[in-house]
Write a protein that binds this ligand. Sequence first.
Ligand SMILES: [Zn+2]
Length: 102
Amino acid sequence: MLIYGWQRQLHTLATLTAYCGTCRCSGPHGLRKFVTKFSLFFIPLFAVSNEHYLECPVCGVRSTVPPRDIPNLVAQASIQPSPGEMIRTLPRTAEPAWPDLP
Ligand SMILES: [Zn+2]
């Protein structure tokens, strides 16, 4: 008998100060990585999906983050942005509106 399935893991990569486009709250948003791994006999073998998103602590809305922006966002986590430089999330659009990151 073959026992297989999927194991899901949630990792918090950083905490960023951002502005939520849904509840208009500005504050610390968790940059999270959600990984789904294929497991065989309860042993996780390989990732079948990776999803990165910013999560609003107030309303819980998740904004998808493109993988290419993850290193820059993690580097920004230690910097306190001014209100004009704050990341703004727009979760209701197909593509999140991110400022051009260096
Ligand atoms: Zn919100």
